[in-house]
Design a protein around this ligand. Structure first.
Ligand SMILES: Cc1cc2nc3c(=O)[nH]c(=O)nc-3n(C[C@H](O)[C@H](O)[C@H](O)COP(=O)(O)O)c2cc1C
Length: 183
């Protein structure tokens, strides 16, 4: 049996490196993980006033995450922090109070950037929220993927060996983490 993983992508950009990493992970992951790439383009802003009759896009996002055994965040860094679309998704999934779809799931964070720091700031700001949401985050290896700008060819294939090898290592560790948390 494979564990299902919702891979939540923190960028809406069509040519997003984060999205390309998420898609590459679907090929690199062992067969014991089933990855579902979740993009956030259709998710409307959280507004507590709407909880009485939540918008259909919130309901389907919450259901999709609820069904997953684990969550893996793949995100860029915006101004040394978490992109707004990803923070919004966390807020939508976390409510109504006491019914967070993230509660108790194993999770992981992969930040990335064309720059050298690899989204370290976004990664750790994200971890602050994930800790509050009681997501059991894989601690090691940490994943700050720098130099992502030349990692993919024009068909979106992952061609940078160092990045591929790191992602293979990461997803194997994540697989072991999910198995350990779920047993
Ligand atoms: C609003 C905005 C803020 C950004 N801030 C940062 C930053 O703090 N650190 C960084 O490394 N890159 C930053 N960047 C550059 C992104 O890393 C780059 O645009 C990246 O390709 C975005 O991720 P994506 O390819 O998944 O869309 C920023 C980009 C934008 C649009």
């Amino acid at each position: 049996m494979a564990y299902s993983v919702a891979v939540i992508v923190g960028s809406l950009r069509k040519e997003s490196f984060s999205l390309k990493i998420a898609k590459a992970l679907t090929k690199l992951a062992p067969s014991s993980l089933q990855l579902d790439v979740v993009t956030l383009g259709g998710l409307s802003f959280y507004n507590q006033d709407l909880e009485a009759t939540p918008p259909a896009d919130w309901v389907s996002f919450r259901d999709r995450i609820k069904k997953a055994d684990a969550v893996l965040f793949v995100t860029p860094e915006y101004n040394r922090s978490v992109p707004g679309v990803l923070k919004n998704a966390i807020d939508v999934g976390s409510r109504p109070y006491g019914q967070s779809v993230f509660n108790g799931k194993p999770g992981g964070v992969i930040s990335n950037s064309p720059g050298a720091i690899g989204g370290f700031g976004a990664n750790h700001h994200l971890r602050q929220s994930l800790t509050f949401l009681n997501i059991a985050i894989l601690q090691q290896p940490e994943a700050y993927v720098g130099g992502i700008g030349d990692a993919f060819d024009d068909k979106g294939e992952l061609v940078k060996v160092s990045v591929r090898e790191f992602l293979e290592t990461y997803i194997k560790a994540f697989d072991a983490w999910v198995a350990q948390q779920k047993k």
